[in-house]
Design a protein around this ligand. Structure first.
Ligand code: AHR
Length: 506
């Protein structure tokens, strides 16, 4: 099978916001407790944070971490997580039917984020709480001192404010599963008033309003139109979420799902444009895709806890999807979609970071290892910063029941001006056939291949485990050729590849 493409230096899509490779950490399952935090662990620092996990987070070069939820935030009292640890209350978490010990709160998380060299994106509770709780938290985190909440922070050991810039106004407020679910009008009004109060404190904050939880909600996309109508002038981003699954065990359909993602982004971008025009506004609102990932492997074993039939356990092992090679292909396709839509998607957070539907896994008292999906995120985060480029492709396609004309090749390209390199991210969706791809490069000068990594496995369902952490890892590719401005690269069936080209120095 053959595909050809053209990549011209002038054919740019957009500058990529580094925050496209963000992450998310929720107080649920073992994300925090025995994920980032385990005071008895042999690698724990003086705050009880696992250094082995921190090293993997740093390897991913995560630009931003959204915290503390998620569904959890909609019934969370942030004040429970400050002050002496022995005085912090244990609360019932209604979102996941578990107990929250509050041994980690904003102080511990902010200290950890600093060590992880990542920015913080805080979500406020607009479910069981509201504007008052949000403005108090903002004063606590961002005011230098001389007021009730800022002096309380200082008394709790943090002299300097954290100066958090990114704030989510609630989480998935359209969802019936949410504590304090709202209609679009109810939410739009509350979000607007909360945004106004937060902006009265600091006009330069970046505020994210909730869009739909999935494109399958019955309220989508009217939700976006109503919420943006209420909030457009007061916010900077609308948030979208989407999870991917292959419960039907149908790989061809599964790997076509990023076309639905593309449609979702396209539709919401159009709604933004509609409201912008309706309001005669010059301001551009962007998309924060602040939850996305594959989530389905763990659902059968989580049923008992999530349906509330296991009492109120603390930090149980829930949403611990173990990812395979097929998921690598899916995650790579999703990242390609974000890169191709870098004009409107400025923030994206893989959900989540550790243990809970995550690229990093730990065992309590044991090791930390990289799941298969760690690698496409790593490559994108390392080499996907720069300018997103348009690759014109001619490629054979296939159809599944609901989606037609899916090209076997999924590709994105990023150009880095500073070092004059091109990074290509390529997926072959075909089950059995190698796809021979010729890409003509124009306008870049004389280029050479400087890195080529390939992920492929005899078993599409192969996974990494604590005992066998390197079962599915990238290996150097050796059969791509760049000659006369044309890159020839064979893409094995069901494979993911990353290729970097650099200008030949004269
Ligand atoms: O990431 C898991 C959950 O998925 C989040 O808590 C929620 O926002 C979404 O439904």
């Amino acid at each position: 099978m053959h595909a050809s493409g053209i990549l011209h230096k002038l054919n740019k899509i957009s500058k990529i916001d580094d925050r496209l490779y963000g992450s998310f950490l929720e107080h649920m399952g073992r994300a925090v407790y025995s994920g980032i935090y385990e005071p008895d662990h042999k690698t724990a620092d003086q705050n009880g944070m696992r250094e082995d996990v921190l090293a993997l987070v740093k390897e991913l070069n995560v630009p931003v971490v959204r915290y503390p939820g998620g569904n959890f935030v909609s019934a969370y009292n942030w004040e429970d997580g400050i002050g002496p640890k022995q005085d912090r209350p244990t609360r019932l978490d209604l979102a996941w039917h578990t107990s929250e010990s509050n041994q980690v709160g904003i102080h511990e998380f902010a200290d950890w984020a600093k060590k992880a060299e990542t920015d913080i994106m805080l979500a406020v509770n607009l479910g069981s709480k509201g504007m008052d709780s949000a403005r108090n938290l903002l004063e606590y985190t961002n005011h230098p001192g001389g007021s009730y909440w800022s002096d309380l922070r200082r008394a709790n050991g943090q002299e300097e404010p954290w100066n958090v810039r990114m704030w989510c106004l609630g989480n998935e407020m359209d969802g019936p599963w949410q504590v304090g679910q709202k209609t679009a009008d109810e939410y739009g009004r509350i979000a607007r008033e909360t945004a106004k109060a937060m902006r009265a404190f600091d006009g330069d904050l970046e505020l994210v309003v909730c869009g739909s939880s999935t494109p399958y909600m019955v309220t989508y996309p009217a939700w976006e139109a109503t919420v943006l109508d209420h909030t457009y002038d007061e916010i900077d981003f609308i948030s979208l979420h989407m999870y991917f699954e292959n419960e039907a065990n149908d790989t061809a359909t599964y790997l076509a799902q990023n076309h639905e993602l593309e449609k979702y982004i396209h539709t919401v971008a159009s709604v933004i444009e509609f409201i912008k025009t309706k309001k005669r506004s010059n301001k551009q609102v962007y998309i924060s895709f602040d939850e996305w990932n594959v989530w389905y492997h763990s659902k059968p074993q989580d049923k008992k806890i999530l349906e509330g039939n296991a009492g109120w356990p603390h930090a149980p092992a829930i949403l611990e999807d173990i990812y395979n090679l097929e998921d690598v292909l899916q995650v790579a396709c999703i990242l390609n979609t974000f890169i191709r839509r870098a004009d409107i998607v400025k923030i994206a957070c893989m959900a989540q970071l550790v243990n809970v539907i995550a690229p990093i896994m730990t065992s309590k008292g044991g090791g930390a290892w990289r799941q298969t999906i760690f690698y496409p995120l790593l490559f994108a985060s390392k080499y996907g910063r720069g300018t997103s480029m348009n690759v014109q492709v001619d490629c054979p396609t296939y159809d599944v029941e609901k989606i037609k004309d899916i090209p076997y090749l999924d590709v994105s390209a990023v150009y880095q001006d500073e070092d004059e390199t091109i990074s290509l991210f390529l997926v072959n969706r075909h089950e059995t056939q190698t796809l021979n791809f010729n890409l003509s490069l124009a306008g870049f000068g004389d280029m050479q291949i400087v890195d080529h990594q390939l992920m492929v496995h005899d078993d599409l369902r192969a996974v990494n485990t604590e005992q066998n952490p390197d079962n599915v890892i990238p290996t150097p590719g050796d059969n791509a050729v760049l000659e006369g401005g044309v890159l020839d690269i064979p893409l094995p069936p069901h494979s993911f590849q990353m290729v970097r080209l650099a200008k030949v120095s004269s």
